[in-house]
Design a protein around this ligand. Structure first.
Ligand code: NAD
Ligand code: UD1
Length: 336
C-alpha cells in the first residue's frame, strides 16, 4: 500500500514517514521545502534502510501535483503540508488561507480525479480556541482565535462537506495537541526557522547555548503554579497515531475526528524543571508578560482515540526531554 505524505519532509511528516516505512508501507512525499530540508528524508531512509519517493512539488501547483498521481499509484494520503506559525498568520492571513485552504482544495481535486479518497488530515487543538473546560473532548465548541486556526477549521469543514457530498471519501481529522520530542536516534527532529515560537525548541536552544534565556510568558494564570498548562505529545507517538488512523479508515470507512494528545497537562515550570532533571542542563529563565493570544490551560480528553483507534501515548515527559535534547545537541544547527 502506497501512502502519499504531503509535507513529509517537515517535523511531524518525517517522523510519520519513518513510522510508515517501518510498518511496511510504501511512501511518496510531496513537499515544497518551504519549511524543511530534504536532508530529513535522507535520514529517514538511512534509519529505516528503505527508500521513499520524493517530489519537490507545491500543492498550489496543481499540474505538478497531478503528475505525481499519474506517475505513482497512490492508495491514501496523509496531509501535513501547511503553514503553521500563528503570529505570521495574523500578519499575512491571505498567504495562510491560500496555502493551507487552496492547497487542500487542489489536493482533494487531484485525489478525486485519481479515485484516491482516503485522507488523514493534520488538524490542531487550536480549533478549540480558549476551551470552556478541560480536558477537551472532540465535541467541545470550536472557536479558533487566529487565521492559522481558522484555516484548520475551514479545512475540517470542507472535508466534512466533501464526505457528505460524495460517497467513498474516508477522512480522519486528527487534532494534535503540542507535538514535541524527536526520534530516539537524534537524527531527525524539529528544525524551526529563526527563533523558535514554541516552548520546547526554545528550551533546547537555551541549553545548547544558541539563546541566552527562556522568557516565561506569564505566571499569573489561574493554574497551580501560575504558568500555562499544555498537553505535550511525543512526536513518535503522534506519528504512530497516523498509522492507527489509516487502519481504522480501512476497516471502518467514514469520517472520524480524534484528539491526539497525552491526555495530561504540564505547566511551563514543570517542563523547565523536567528538562533540567532529565538532561542535567540548567535553563536560565525569567518571568515576562503573558504572550497575547495565549490561554491558561489546554489538554486533551483522549478517551475516544484510546477506545476507537487503540492508540495512546507511551512516551512521557522524561523521554520527550531526553529525545529533544539528543536531537538538539547532536544537531545544534538543525539539518544545516
Ligand atoms: P512543518 O512546517 O515542519 O511541516 C510542514 C511541511 O509542509 C513543511 O515541510 C513545508 O515545507 C511543507 N509545505 C507547506 N506548504 C506547502 C505547500 N503548499 N506545498 C507543499 N509543501 C508544503 O510543520 P509540522 O510541525 O510538521 O506540522 C505538520 C502539520 O501539522 C501542519 O499542517 C501543522 O499545521 C499541523 N500541526 C502542527 C502542530 C505543531 O505544533 N507542530 C500542531 C498542530 C497541528
Ligand atoms: C502554539 C500555538 C498553537 C499551536 C501550538 C502547537 C500560539 C499562540 N499558539 O501554542 O496554535 O497549535 O503552539 O504547535 O503560538 N511559552 C513560554 N515561553 C516561550 C514559549 C512558550 O513561556 O518562549 C509558554 C506559552 O505561554 C505556553 C507554553 O509555553 O504556556 C507552550 O507554548 P507553545 O509551545 O508556543 O504552544 P501553545 O501555546 O500551545
Amino acid at each position: 500500500m502506497k501512502i502519499l505524505v504531503t509535507g513529509g519532509a517537515g517535523y511531524i511528516g518525517s517522523h510519520t514517514c519513518l513510522a510508515l516505512l517501518d510498518a511496511g508501507y510504501e511512501v511518496a512525499v510531496v513537499d515544497n521545502l518551504s519549511n524543511s530540508k530534504e536532508e530529513s528524508l535522507k535520514r529517514v531512509q538511512g534509519l529505516t534502510g528503505k527508500t521513499l519517493e520524493f517530489h519537490k512539488v507545491d500543492l498550489l501547483d496543481k499540474r505538478s501535483l497531478n503528475a505525481v498521481f499519474e506517475k505513482s499509484s497512490i492508495d491514501a494520503v496523509i496531509h501535513f503540508a501547511g503553514l503553521k506559525a500563528v503570529g505570521e498568520s495574523v500578519s499575512i492571513p491571505l498567504r495562510y488561507y491560500h496555502n493551507n485552504v487552496t492547497g487542500t482544495l487542489n489536493l482533494c481535486d487531484v485525489m478525486g480525479d485519481h479515485d484516491v479518497r482516503t485522507m488523514v488530515f493534520s488538524s490542531s487543538a487550536t480549533v478549540y480556541g480558549d476551551p470552556q473546560t478541560v480536558p477537551i473532548k472532540e465535541d467541545s465548541p470550536l472557536s479558533p482565535a487566529n487565521p492559522y486556526g481558522r484555516s484548520k477549521l475551514m479545512i475540517e469543514e470542507i472535508l466534512q462537506d466533501l464526505h457528505r457530498s460524495e460517497a467513498g471519501w474516508n477522512i480522519a481529522l486528527l487534532r494534535y495537541f503540542n507535538p514535541v520530542g524527536a526520534h530516539s536516534s537524534g537524527l531527525i527532529g524539529e528544525d524551526p526557522n529563526g527563533v523558535p515560537n514554541n516552548l520546547l525548541p526554545f528550551i533546547t536552544q537555551v541549553a545548547v547555548g544558541k539563546l541566552s534565556e527562556l522568557s516565561i510568558f506569564g505566571n499569573d494564570y489561574p493554574t497551580p503554579d501560575g504558568t500555562g498548562i499544555r498537553d505535550y505529545i511525543h512526536v513518535v507517538d503522534l506519528a504512530l497515531g497516523h498509522i492507527k488512523a489509516l487502519r481504522i479508515l480501512a476497516s471502518n470507512p467514514g469520517i472520524v475526528v480524534y484528539n491526539l494528545g497525552a491526555g495530561r497537562g504540564y505547566s511551563v515550570l514543570e517542563m523547565v524543571s523536567g528538562f533540567e532533571k532529565t538532561t542535567g542542563q540548567k535553563i536560565h529563565s525569567k518571568i515576562v508578560a503573558r504572550r497575547p493570544g495565549d490561554i491558561a490551560s489546554c489538554y486533551a480528553d483522549v478517551s475516544r482515540a484510546q477506545r476507537e483507534l487503540g492508540w495512546s501515548s507511551e512516551r512521557g515527559i522524561d523521554e520527550i526531554c531526553a529525545d529533544a535534547w539528543r536531537w538538539q545537541s547532536k544537531n545544534p544547527d538543525g539539518y544545516e
